[in-house]
Design a protein around this ligand. Structure first.
Ligand SMILES: [Mg+2]
Length: 379
């Protein structure tokens, strides 16, 4: 099966009958960022998350995670908790559901992507444990062994930006993402470039903070520093198209992907940023990646500062997709990709290498941080 044909975790549940009943347990937890992150949508100091365990009657347990971020996506944690409690009843009451049916039964009860993602991730993990393979390998037997990741620089002052840029270079990242649309964007970017060197790819993220006119002016002014692309300079397909027509900097879509029906497959931007939480899990990421690529947009993954399971899911989805991905023709440059293990990369280990029967290869992530996802140099 081609990776692009996969839409749901395969072979998750036990045989039909009572053995197919699933029990869902939900546990809240929080991770404090090492340093607060300043962005166009606000300041983030701590991540409140929900970890789920989905148990089958024959003893397998899949791990999932819900990562709504209300200041960013408008979805309260309490709403996700309520949805998960409702899903628990759905999953306990219907024996014999296969993975896709289980997910659809939950969706029919309440269509909340941030909650469905937790169920979807647990189902993928269960599928991996049952098959003795990593989730990435379930998506593609030719899954990449590791994927490149970027360091992130918040909307900080020049001196701090210089420090973060230097640290990223020292840690051998080849890409940094810099938050813009707040404060001294030009000074911050100049500092990052000076510290990180000419070879560092710099992508910026405005989180839709600009108007069309502001975006055009800002990108014309900031472009000479050398930008890989700008993520979400404005919100909306029409506005993105309008800005794209006026600037040379390639554009990526992020929040707009969740704001407008059809945005992902619109081809309005050179690249589309997909997130496990917003897409409703890995199944949604695979679905949306196919839509974006059909419109000749490059796809990359990010997170809303998810916890370890959410980040692991993004890594596995990217590794599974990367194996069969082909560079998308673009009138402009496309985001860089790398496949070999090395600095600034997560490894997507298989079950046999990554732990006892785990579908997830927990990447080397302990907590989300303001500037780096606590990435080991070589996992
Ligand atoms: Mg973004």
């Amino acid at each position: 099966m081609a990776a692009s044909d996969i839409r749901a975790p395969p072979h998750t549940t036990a045989p039909s009958g009572d053995h197919g009943r699933m029990r869902l347990a939900v546990e809240p937890f929080a991770l404090r960022l090492r340093e607060p992150l300043e962005t166009g949508w606000g300041r983030l100091e701590e991540r409140a998350l929900l970890r789920v365990e989905l148990a089958t009657a024959d003893g397998l347990v899949g791990i999932g995670e819900a990562a709504p971020l209300e200041p960013y996506d408008g979805v309260p944690l309490a709403a996700v908790r309520a949805a998960l409690d409702a899903y628990a009843c759905v999953l306990a009451a219907q024996p014999g559901l296969d993975a896709e049916d289980a997910l659809e039964a939950c969706r029919a009860e309440r269509d909340l992507p941030q909650a469905l993602a937790a169920i979807d991730l647990a189902l993928w993990d269960l599928a991996g444990r049952r098959a003795g393979r990593s989730v990435a390998e379930l998506i593609s037997v030719e899954a990449a062994r590791s994927i490149a990741v970027n360091a992130t620089v918040g909307a900080v002052d020049r001196a701090s930006a210089f420090g973060f840029g230097a640290a990223a270079r020292e840690a051998e990242f080849d890409t940094v993402k810099v938050k813009v649309g707040v404060g001294d964007d030009a000074g911050r970017l100049a500092a990052v470039r000076a510290a990180a060197g000419p070879a560092m790819a710099i992508r910026i993220d405005a989180n839709g903070a600009w108007s069309e006119e502001e975006a055009v002016a800002a990108l014309r002014a900031l472009g000479p520093v050398g930008l890989e692309f700008c993520e979400e300079p404005v919100h909306g397909v029409g506005a993105l198209r309008a800005v794209r027509a006026e600037v040379d900097v390639p554009l990526a879509m992020d929040e707009t992907a969740g704001l407008e029906v059809g945005a992902i497959g619109s081809g309005a931007t050179d690249a589309v940023c997909l997130k496990v939480s917003r897409c409703g899990g890995i199944s949604g990421v695979l679905r949306d990646a196919a839509l974006a690529r059909a419109a000749r947009s490059t796809v990359y993954l990010a997170s809303t500062f998810d916890g370890p399971v959410g980040l692991a899911a993004a890594v596995h989805a990217a590794a599974g997709r990367q194996a069969r991905s082909r560079p998308t023709a673009s009138r402009r440059s496309t985001p860089s990709r790398a496949t070999r293990p090395g600095p600034g990369r997560f490894a997507a280990r298989s079950a046999s290498r990554g732990g006892p029967g785990s579908g997830w290869a927990e990447p080397q992530v302990r907590e989300p941080t303001a500037t780096r996802y606590s990435i080991s140099k070589r996992a």
